[in-house]
Structure formats: C-alpha cells, structure tokens
Write a protein that binds this ligand. Sequence first.
Ligand SMILES: *[C@@H]1O[C@H](CO)[C@@H](O)[C@H](O)[C@H]1NC(C)=O
Ligand SMILES: *[C@@H]1O[C@H](CO)[C@@H](O)[C@H](O)[C@H]1NC(C)=O
Ligand SMILES: *[C@@H]1O[C@H](CO)[C@@H](O)[C@H](O)[C@H]1NC(C)=O
Length: 354
Amino acid sequence: MHLPFPMLSPALWLDLLIVLPSVTSIHSLCPSLCLCGSRSLFVNCSGTNLSSILILPPLATEFLDLSSCSLHTLPPLHNLWRLQTILLAQNVILQVGDGYWKSLRSLQILDLNGNKIGNLSVSFSLGLDSLTHLFLAHNLLHCISKYSFQHLHNLELLDLQGNLISSLDSGAFRSLTKLRHLQLQNNLLQSLTNDDFSVLQRLEFLDLSGNRINHLPSGVFTPLHSLTFLNLQNNKLRHLRFQTLSSLPSPGTLLLLSSNPWECDCDLQRMFGKLRSLQRISLQDGEDLNCAAPSALKGRALTSLDTQLCVAETVTVLMITLTVAVTVVGAIVTAERSRKKGPRNQGNEMCGQE
Ligand SMILES: *[C@@H]1O[C@H](CO)[C@@H](O)[C@H](O)[C@H]1NC(C)=O
Ligand SMILES: *[C@@H]1O[C@H](CO)[C@@H](O)[C@H](O)[C@H]1NC(C)=O
Ligand SMILES: *[C@@H]1O[C@H](CO)[C@@H](O)[C@H](O)[C@H]1NC(C)=O
C-alpha cells in the first residue's frame, strides 16, 4: 500500500515522524512518488520534483535516492538512524546546515555531487563518524577548512573534483587516517605543503590533475606509504626535484606528469633519467612530456632531446673521462714497464737471499 504525502508543514511532519513507529509497519510508508524495494529499506525518489513536496521515507530506510529532485535545501531526515546511503546528487542545494547529519549515525555513503555548495561549515561532519564515502564533486567549494572533515575518522573515499578549491587549510585532512582514495582534480590549487597529506598513510589513489600547481615541496609525498597512483597531469609544473618523487615511500606507484609546461634543461633531463632508473615509480606518460621553454625547444618531446640538453655536461664528462683514461693508461704502461724489469730485480733479490 502506498500512502501519499502531500505538502506537510515541517512541524506536522515531525509529529508524524514521532508517532509513526508505533502505529504502522515499515512497508506501508513508501512515499507515493517513490519506488520502494526490499520491504522499503530501499527508497528511490530520483527524478521527481520534490522542491515543494516533503516526502516521508520509512524510518527503517537504509538506502535513499533523492538525486535529481530539484531540491534547494536538504529535506528533514532526522531519526532515519538506519540510513546507510543517501544520494542527493544533481540537486541545487546551496548549503548544509550545522549538525544536519547528527542523527544519521549509520550513514556510510553520502553523495552530494553536482550541487551548488559553496562552503562547508566547521561542523559539517558532525555525526558522520561511520561515513566511508563522501562525494562532493562539481560543487562551488573554494577552500577546505581544517574543521570541515574533523569527524570523518572512517572515511575511505573523498571526491572533491571539479570545485573551485584554491587552498587547503593546514590540517584539513588530519582526521582522515583511513582515507584510500582522494580526488582533487580540476580545482584551482597552486601549491601544496608538507602538512597537507601528513596523516594519509593508507592513501592509494591521489588525483591532483587539472590544477595550477607550480611548486611541490620535497616532503609533500613522504607520508604516502601506500600510494599506487599519482596524477599530476595538466598543472603548471616547470621543474620538479628528484627528491620530491624519490621520497615517496610506497613500494610501487604509477605516475602521470604530462601536460605541464616543462622547462627543458639539463637538470630536468637528469631528473627524469634518475626517475626512470627508480624501480618503485613507474612514469606512465614519459613519451608525452613536452617542453614549454626555452622557446627554441617549445613543443619538443623531452625524450627526443636526449643528447642535446646536457651537451655542455657531456663535454665536461668526456674530458674528465679522457683525462682519467689517459692517466690510467699511463699508469698501466708504467706498471707494465716496471713489471718487465720487476722479475729480474726480484730474481736478483731472491738470488741474493739464496
Ligand atoms: C532510481 O530510479 C531512477 C529512475 O527511476 C533510476 O534511473 C535510478 O537508477 C534508480 N536508482 C537506483 C539506485 O536504483
Ligand atoms: C519543480 O516544482 C516547482 C514548484 O512546483 C516549480 O516551480 C519548478 O519549476 C519545478 N522544477 C522543475 C525542474 O521542474
Ligand atoms: C556559505 O555559503 C552560503 C551559501 O552560498 C552563504 O550564504 C554563506 O554566507 C557562506 N558562508 C561563508 C562563511 O562563506
């Protein structure tokens, strides 16, 4: 049986919520505009215009799909204490009120992709202690405060791609010790600090592509013991220090670095040479690294310049090698000469001893 729930005032709605558990079975509560399954533990209202309608999901709902419902604000969902997944993607939600999730103690997956959220309050994560997956992609976030994610101790996946994030507060991710997957691509980040990823020892996947990163401090990846994928494509990197990558302690990482404005000089050439010899790091797009500077080399592939960039160095090295070689040969010749003389001398001595 489906009960229709037309527009109710929030007060009445809350009253109903308090009364209902004692008077009805779970199944009868499937909102008329929604599809319910598995004894109403699964409620799907996706695609329904709920901008001016309050729906009343069964209190035992575990899965609630409210994506593409034209929602401007979050619906009142207090007391859905069994809710594990809520999909709120592709709505027009501007803000998440303080403590909104407080009673949703079982929530594991929260999808807020494709809304218009411009900031996260400092108590955004209050109550989200069980959350493992948080999707905030394609919103209007411009910075991440150090408090916004402070209660997300169990978070494994955080998707922040496609926002306007230009800065991370120091310690923004400091509670996320279980994080394995972090998507920060297509934001406006310009730089990172050694603190940013300091607790992310379990992080396996880090996508920083499509930002404006022009500098990476040499210790920024040092804490990432489990990293298997690192994408830095499409940033503003001109140079990169070998130590920044070599200090990555993970036993095996796939690395992407193309579409950066590389300044091709001998240092860079050598850096990539050393990187190639590092077994732990596998550069996936080494063939696609193109020079942006100097102007004479603009657009050239770095791999095509093997012999050119370090010519001066090569000449120096050749000179040294030659000098060493001459010295060695000289020494050998001298030694050979004295060896030829040697036995006679030795013989004489031995004879003298006899
Ligand atoms: C919910 O229903 C919509 C359309 O009715 C469908 O596209 C969507 O896949 C459903 N969601 C889930 C999680 O099954
Ligand atoms: C949703 O419904 C409201 C009120 O009924 C209406 O003003 C709005 O245009 C509708 N939105 C969409 C996307 O249909
Ligand atoms: C956060 O965003 C909302 C809605 O966009 C806005 O009203 C509010 O002033 C913002 N708060 C801060 C601290 O920027």
